[in-house]
Ligand binder design. Structure first.
Ligand SMILES: Cc1cc2nc3c(=O)[nH]c(=O)nc-3n(C[C@H](O)[C@H](O)[C@H](O)COP(=O)(O)OP(=O)(O)OC[C@H]3O[C@@H](n4cnc5c(N)ncnc54)[C@H](O)[C@@H]3O)c2cc1C
Length: 382
């Protein structure tokens, strides 16, 4: 049975960033990475603007698996799925055999949420959370003109904008009354919506698709208002759920994600978690910047320098060139009010508490978006 000092499960941004950070600190520690996919490194955020940048699944790969293994001096076991974790025995079982670890890091990511939709066409709905999904999407999109997106959140809006840049007809459905749901206050939400509508996106708010029928060509979508929309391809972007099945079966504590403390330690000895699968000190933050900070802190901890994760202000840039947006929602539970000012074009929305401290913001449009750095520096961290 093979033994690794540090065994990492996953080959996404969390796993790869952690490995790079580990190697900056320790050239010799034995690292093995085991992953269900092929282990090539790609930038997941580019999946939702790959059409505008003419990227295929193959050209999205930034570092091939073998190059990565050589650069970082580690062993990569691709197409190997971990099926169980034996925390007492310090080993994992995979579909290729067992592996023993000194420390185990779970970087399992998240999986797309599937809405309960009726009709035989519901089985054909695509979700795009991986390079393999993107390859299928590109292949299916090739001879199709109309696309329906379920979900007008950050990812749904990015796909909608991307599809418009290559001339596809786009319908977006969301139960919320505006795009980017909870991330935007009222006036900002309206301005953002208008920006994408001007680019040709058709929104259907306050409703959801309830039934999808296969037609002679394409699909008929029945939504909650009784309306029927015809389309050629349906893509779901209604959110992701952290991968918790494997750790839960091993008796590791899970909540919304794999529960960790501020040091990224799970409830099991020598088992850590980071990235989209992790709930770190009560928060699930499925974005690039939190992963960077988690990886840095965990690498230090695994190399013997106990380091808690500390996040700076982390605004998220929404990749919709038709109406650029930067969002930095106020932390949950904070009390304040939105102050919204129209800019040309767009809106600057600031969330201030009674003392006038800036706790969050939303910047809509290219003019307002220029203020990202100044406002980020002004944010009061709570
Ligand atoms: C379309 C899209 C656009 C995005 N755009 C942005 C953006 O603009 N800005 C931003 O900040 N964030 C963005 N995000 C979020 C960001 O990309 C993610 O937070 C990040 O990539 C997650 O990395 P991860 O390593 O945690 O998970 P993943 O990349 O999902 O990696 C999980 C890994 O675990 C492996 N795995 C899972 N289970 C097993 C098992 N049992 N055995 C072995 N291997 C297993 C998988 O094969 C995979 O390699 C976007 C996300 C999407 C989907």
């Amino acid at each position: 049975m093979e033994r690794s000092d540090i065994l990492i499960v996953g080959a996404g941004l969390a796993a790869i960033t952690l490995m790079r950070e580990l190697r900056k600190r320790d050239a010799a520690v034995g690292i093995t990475l085991v992953t269900a996919d092929d282990g090539h490194f790609y930038s997941k955020p580019m999946l939702s603007n790959g059409l505008a940048t003419s990227k295929t699944a193959a050209s999205l790969v930034m570092t091939q698996r073998d190059a990565l293994a050589t650069q970082l001096n580690l062993a990569i076991l691709p197409r190997t799925r971990v099926t169980a974790v034996d925390t007492g025995g310090h080993r994992v079982l995979t579909d290729q055999g067992a592996l023993v670890y000194g420390r185990l890091v779970l970087a399992l990511g998240a999986h797309p949420i599937r809405l309960p939709i009726e009709g035989e066409g519901a089985a054909d709905v695509l979700s795009i959370n991986h390079l393999d999904d993107y390859a299928i999407y590109r292949e299916q999109l090739a001879d199709k003109q109309r696309v329906a997106l379920l979900g007008a959140g950050l990812i749904g809006c990015e796909f909608a904008n991307d599809l418009r840049t290559v001339g596809k007809e786009v319908d977006v459905f969301d139960i919320a009354p505006q795009p980017l749901g909870r991330l935007l206050p009222d006036i900002a939400g309206k301005a953002y919506r208008l920006g994408l509508e001007a680019a040709g996106v058709r929104f259907h708010f306050g409703t959801s698709v309830q039934r999808i029928e296969r037609g002679a060509s394409g699909y008929r979508l029945h939504d909650g208002t009784g309306a029927i929309t015809e389309t050629d391809l349906v893509v779901s972007a209604v959110g992701l759920k952290p991968e918790t099945t494997l750790p839960a079966a091993a008796g590791i504590k899970v909540g919304r994600g794999i529960m960790t403390d501020g040091m990224l330690a799970t409830s099991a000895e020598d088992v850590f978690a980071l990235g989209d699968c992790a709930e770190v000190a009560g928060m699930v933050l499925p974005f690039v910047m939190p992963i960077m900070h988690q990886a840095k802190a965990l690498a230090a901890t695994l190399c013997g320098e106990a380091t808690p994760v500390r996040y700076p202000a982390m605004p998220v840039v929404v990749k919709t060139p038709a109406m650029p947006a930067v969002v930095c929602p106020p932390p949950p539970g904070t009390v304040g009010d939105w102050q919204e000012t129209e800019t040309d074009p767009g809106v600057r929305s600031l969330y201030l508490n009674a003392a006038g401290d800036l706790l969050g913001f939303a910047l809509i449009g290219s003019e307002a978006a220029k203020e990202k750095q100044v406002l980020t520096a002004r944010l009061k961290l709570v």
